[in-house]
Ligand binder design. Structure first.
Ligand SMILES: *[C@@H]1O[C@H](CO)[C@@H](O)[C@H](O)[C@H]1NC(C)=O
Ligand SMILES: *[C@@H]1O[C@H](CO)[C@@H](O)[C@H](O)[C@H]1NC(C)=O
Ligand SMILES: *[C@@H]1O[C@H](CO)[C@@H](O)[C@H](O)[C@H]1NC(C)=O
Length: 210
């Protein structure tokens, strides 16, 4: 099987390098979307509401019910990169924990990524065109990302982050849907009153994603 794959890749490589790379689109700076995240480590599908604001370098993620798990807690992650702080808030008790924020990173086509493919998703009469990019190095199975964006407005459609080596457990896939343009409700970025005085701190940022 592996041998067959390598042969296929070798056959495709010259074609890929000759193909002209399209213009890199720019992702809208402010949007709201839902995310379905397949987490292979915990063998689960998690759903979030994600509000992204690159203008003010802040984002907020609300966990939403996906698979019913008794006793599961749901959290809000409020990430304020300009202030260098993240808050993790228990959506039921409002218990708040602080952590340092990771440096801000705009969502978009990674600088070192190359064009993979353009294709339509859906069926006749209800389709959209996507462009897919990846930072994968041909024939190297190091960590790599595949990202697809809508052709016209550059909304991210899906993202597969494959961990290096053979270890599937560190990989995640994100599917983005139900986009809303702009910031519908700026109040989502208001720091909850339980946060400033909270005694709970964590040294590491809460999440590596988004
Ligand atoms: C609040 O969160 C902190 C840190 O995660 C935890 O140690 C503490 O037990 C929580 N308090 C309550 C009342 O849930
Ligand atoms: C692209 O950059 C990312 C992040 O800096 C890195 O992890 C990845 O290995 C790079 N890929 C290539 C093909 O250089
Ligand atoms: C893959 O990751 C899991 C969990 O982090 C670890 O227990 C396992 O040893 C890893 N396997 C390999 C082949 O690296």
């Amino acid at each position: 099987m592996k041998g067959v794959l390598v042969c296929l890749l070798l056959a495709v490589l010259p074609y890929l390098s000759l193909a002209q790379e399209p213009r890199r689109c720019i992702v809208p700076p402010q949007f709201q979307t839902r995310v379905a995240q397949v987490d292979y480590a915990s063998n689960s599908v998690n759903r979030f509401l994600w509000v992204y604001d690159a203008v003010n370098k802040r984002q907020v993620v609300f966990e939403e019910l996906s698979e019913f798990t008794p006793g599961k807690r749901f959290y809000e992650y409020l990430i304020l990169a300009n202030e260098g702080i993240e808050y993790k808030i228990d959506l039921r008790t409002r218990n708040c924990t602080k952590a340092p924020a990771r440096p801000w990173r705009d969502i978009g086509i990674p600088e070192n990524a190359t064009f993979v493919n353009e294709y339509t998703l859906g069926g006749p009469g209800e389709s959209i065109i996507l462009q897919e990019w990846s930072d994968a190095v041909p024939l190297h199975h190091n960590a790599r990302r595949y990202l697809a964006f809508t052709l016209n407005n550059c909304y991210i459609s899906h993202e597969d982050i494959l961990a290096g080596g053979a270890n599937l457990t560190d990989s995640i896939s994100n599917r983005f849907y139900d986009f809303v343009e702009g910031i519908e409700n700026p109040n989502v970025f208001v720091v909850p009153p339980s946060c400033p005085k909270s005694p709970y701190h964590q040294r590491q940022p809460f999440t590596t994603w988004p």
